[in-house]
Design a protein around this ligand. Structure first.
Ligand SMILES: O=C(O)C1=C[C@@H](OP(=O)(O)O)[C@@H](O)[C@H](O)C1
Ligand SMILES: C=C(OP(=O)(O)O)C(=O)O
Length: 416
């Protein structure tokens, strides 16, 4: 599948769909709440469809109604077989804890590569709460037997989603829940903060006695109608197009304050030399000539790595991305995938223990970029393709994980 080349600077305004992270949390919290909730602006994509499918199997009612989703929790969750997680981290890490509240065992399955994604710390956490769990990666089963524990100690250096998944159900456990992170590093902290924030907004009391401990007090999760923000990590792809082509792109609906780590892209782009104007309700990025390589720690926002890697390959000088070793466990081993595809494009890049170093400024040659079923590898390839005519991808379909209309919106922006 060929990707569009930008014959002139990319200029335009884009509206991106709802945040995957917020949508899937809002769905789970609505399922756990004490009454029905209405979600507005929810993402419609493979990951949100998988979340809805998984929750429906456990007995939750999700009904589209006038452009919103009405979510009705069941009186009692029911155990279910073959709950499909696809390749969605939020489904495989957030739904098993919900299944731990069901009336019987549940089993979970996923895409072939999903079995490579780390699960053991979350499943250990459920075991510490008293569940019987078979398996340490997909497929696995969760049996709620004897769920009386209150304290969990887990190593969440592989994914912040282990912490978020447990926190989501904490208030509904008889004695609440304490989660303690034992590992040396903790990625994607803003995503944990998003979980805590959304729980607090629903009346849940959570203490954070130190940087690695969360205490959730028992009590109801109050139903809340929720308006979901646009997905800022997905927005970064469109903004990056302006950075690369001396263009001018605005994203409307940009929240004034957001816990999404995608918002950190604006700082990265500024440091690389783009002009960013933050206005009320929108953000505008203008490219101002060649970008420059930077040394950047993306521990908090590792989702941005493929986009930043594309900019780095086309920037002057060296870019070092640190703090993202755990993305070897994302949709694919993203560090290996990026290094391999950058080499195929003629760029110079190497993996480090916790990231990637990319030497910019080497002329890229057109090639067919392998996507490894990873939506963000399509974003990477699309950005390279803007300035490298003849770039193709093996599979565009995988963008449907979070942005089914990516191809339409991208072509609409690049070749209006
Ligand atoms: O909780 C979430 O919604 C997410 C947390 C992060 O996971 P990791 O901590 O595994 O990076 C992020 O990369 C992922 O895309 C979404
Ligand atoms: C890591 C990602 O997804 P997931 O929610 O499947 O972990 C991502 O979207 O970049």
């Amino acid at each position: 599948m060929s990707l569009p080349h930008a014959a002139s600077p990319v200029v335009g305004e884009v509206v991106v769909p709802g945040s995957k992270s917020e949508t899937n949390r809002a769905l789970v919290l609505a399922a756990l709440a004490d009454a029905p909730s209405r979600l507005t602006g929810a993402l419609q994509s493979r990951d949100s469809d998988l979340m809805i499918g998984a929750l429906r199997k456990l007995g939750i009612l999700v009904e589209p109604s006038a452009g919103t989703l009405l979510v009705t929790p069941p009186g009692q969750f029911r155990g279910a077989q073959d709950i499909d997680c696809g390749l969605a981290g939020t489904v495989m890490r957030f739904v098993p804890p919900v299944a731990a509240l069901a009336d019987g065992p549940s089993s979970f399955v996923g895409d072939p590569h999903a079995s490579e994604r780390p699960m053991a710390p979350l499943l250990d956490g459920l075991r510490q709460l008293g569940c019987r769990v078979t398996g340490d990666s997909l497929p696995f089963t969760v049996e709620p037997a004897g769920r009386t524990g209150r304290e969990t100690s887990i190593d969440a250096s592989g994914s912040s989603q282990f912490v978020s998944g447990l926190l989501l159900i904490g208030a509904l456990l008889p004695h609440g829940l304490q989660v303690r992170h034992t590992g040396a590093t903790l990625p994607s902290r803003p995503h944990i903060d998003m979980t805590v924030h959304m729980l607090r907004a629903r009346g849940v009391r959570i203490d954070e006695p130190d940087e690695r401990t969360w205490v959730v007090h028992p009590g109801p999760i109050t139903a809340l109608d929720h308006v979901i923000e646009p997905d800022l990590t997905n927005a970064s792809v469109f903004l990056a197009a302006a950075a690369l082509t001396e263009g001018d792109v605005s994203v409307s609906g940009w929240p004034e304050a957001s816990l999404q780590p995608g918002a950190l892209f604006l700082d990265v782009a500024e440091r690389m030399g783009a002009d960013v104007a933050r206005d009320v309700g929108s953000v505008r990025l203008r490219g101002r000539g060649p970008l420059r390589g930077i040394d950047v720690d993306l521990t908090a926002a590792s989702e941005l790595t493929p986009v930043v890697a594309a900019l780095a390959a086309l920037a002057e000088g060296t870019t070092r991305i640190r703090g993202v070793g755990h993305i070897r466990g994302h949709e694919t081993d993203r560090l290996a995938a990026l290094v391999r595809e950058l080499a195929r494009l003629g760029a110079v890049a190497e993996e480090t223990a916790d990231g990637i170093v990319i030497e910019g400024g080497h002329p890229l040659r057109p090639t067919t970029v392998e996507t490894y079923a990873d939506h963000r590898m399509v974003h990477f390839a699309a950005l390279v393709g803007l300035v490298t005519p003849g770039t193709h991808v093996t599979d565009l379909q995988c963008v449907s994980k979070t942005m089914p209309d990516f191809e339409r919106d991208w072509r609409g922006l690049v070749t209006p």
